[in-house]
Design a binder for this molecule. Structure first.
Ligand code: BGC
Length: 451
């Protein structure tokens, strides 16, 4: 008898299942790789980048700050008012970076950022914005969501691009200097006072909006969006490779956990994962990210659907599926799977589908989503164990941001399932995950406050 499409999909879905005991083992591998990288940097290891950020907010910080935030999809320019009572107000201009610019030259790209900043300043600049020590120069925080070898609080060279970017002549350059030169050329009275990763911003903003006194200790700031990554506070004496100057006792580390297990010692590697890696702009790097984050979940589904024999222009076209496709289908609980049918018709070019076909696609989406959420718990559990935080604090908090953690159906619930596997039910029950909305913009303002 020939296999039905649902049976075929179930077989593929099995390839996305993590074996019994996998999460615990992978957490051990994560801790080992993190320890090694705090000691010595290697090209393919976890970056574990010292951020030069040492102050963690209390929620009482005040002021109006200019901030910019370059992410995987959007560029935001904002004015953030920290009200000093754990609340903030934000005025922002948020627009996607055009696809063509993501693969352009540094001159074109930086000039685009300059245009956007200039436009914002001309419309929204106000007297209350924080200036550099009594001068006319505005102090700005710069959130840059890619791996940077940070050499001071406002200096850092681009290690490599991730997500959809590939502007070759920017790799190795100091990303603050190139933008500062552009701002100076335009005579804009702005000084880039801090450079930070979006996860560092998320950690800061979660600590600001949820101060220690009103709940668990905020331990991790993380992003599960187009890309994935996390930051946490580390004792400076444990960062053996750190050669910079500081008198502080702790420093936030940008782990760049998207690069966990780049050598695939433990991560699953289905034929679909291999294909995604080959087709990506950064082959053989950020392999954890390629199994977890939004940029890749749609692509994994597209490849699985092509394997099942589905045909359309979109299915033939790499990277044509947004995460919204598996996300909406995964969340479709209606017996007729009407939302799934609509999604397949509108975004996948399959104008009519049978119920069996829709069921098959849902099985695949659920398998891809569940694996992503379960893998996501690994670095979080790893950092919790590495810092011995469960022994130190009665409860712990993880601040997260990004479309996947915020909108993918049951993502946080599935993360908790895997956290329970790694830390035990009791350990997991002490952990809360909260969304740090606008974390990277607010975090940039908070870092500018401390700078
Ligand atoms: C980047 C990180 C960033 C993460 C989330 C990854 O691709 O390498 O720097 O924090 O995406 O935006």
């Amino acid at each position: 008898m020939t296999e039905s499409i649902v049976e075929k999909a179930t077989k593929i879905a099995k390839e996305f299942e993590l074996p019994e005991g996998f999460v615990k083992k992978a957490v051990d591998v994560f801790i080992k790789q993190a320890d090694e990288s705090l000691e010595k940097q290697t090209l393919r290891g976890l970056p574990m980048i010292p951020s030069y950020v040492s102050g963690i907010p209390k929620g009482t910080e005040k002021g109006v700050f200019l901030a910019i935030d370059l992410g995987g999809t959007n560029f935001r320019v904002c004015s953030v008012t920290l009200n000093g009572d754990s609340t903030f107000d934000i005025i922002q201009s948020k627009k996607p970076i055009p696809d063509s610019l993501m693969k352009s030259t540094s001159a074109e790209f930086i000039s685009h950022l300059g245009d956007r900043i200039q436009e914002f300043i001309e419309t929204h600049c106000c007297d209350t914005m924080q200036h550099e020590g009594g001068s006319d120069i505005l102090k700005m925080g710069y959130t840059f969501s890619f791996p940077v070898n940070q050499t001071s609080i406002n200096r850092g060279t681009l290690i490599r691009w991730t997500k959809g970017y590939d502007i070759k002549d920017m790799v190795g350059k100091d990303i603050v200097i190139v933008l500062q030169e552009e701002l100076d050329r335009r005579n804009l009275p702005i000084h880039i006072a801090v450079l930070l990763n979006d996860t560092v911003g998320t950690l800061m903003s979660r600590a600001y909006t949820k101060p220690e006194t009103s709940g668990g200790q905020t331990l991790i700031g993380c992003i599960f969006g187009t890309g994935t990554n996390g930051a946490y506070s580390e004792k400076v004496r444990k960062i053996k490779k750190f050669t910079g100057e500081t008198t502080e006792k702790i420093m936030v580390i940008n782990t760049e956990w998207g690069s966990f297990d780049n050598d695939l010692t433990i991560l699953p590697n289905t034929k679909y994962d291999k294909q995604v890696n080959i087709n990506s702009p950064n082959p053989d790097f950020h392999l954890f990210e390629k199994r977890v984050s939004g940029m890749y979940l749609g692509e994994l589904l597209r490849l699985c659907m092509a394997d099942l024999g589905f045909q359309s222009e979109e299915i033939a076209n790499p990277w044509s599926f947004d995460t919204m496709v598996p996300s909406v289908i995964d969340g479709d609980e209606d017996p007729k799977l009407e939302k799934t049918g609509k999604m397949l018709a509108e975004y996948v070019g399959l104008s009519t589908t049978s119920l069996e076909e829709r069921k098959a696609v849902r099985i695949l989406s659920k398998a891809i989503g569940r694996r992503s959420a379960h893998l996501s718990a690994i670095p979080c559990a790893g950092l919790i164990l590495h810092t011995k935080a469960l022994e130190k604090f009665p409860s712990l908090d993880i601040g997260g941001d990004g479309s996947v953690i915020e909108f993918y159906p049951n993502f946080q619930k599935m993360m908790h399932e895997a956290l329970a596997e790694a830390l035990g039910k009791e350990g997991d029950s002490k952990i809360t995950i909260g969304i740090a909305k606008d974390g990277s913009g607010v975090g940039a303002a908070l870092c500018a406050y401390f700078a």
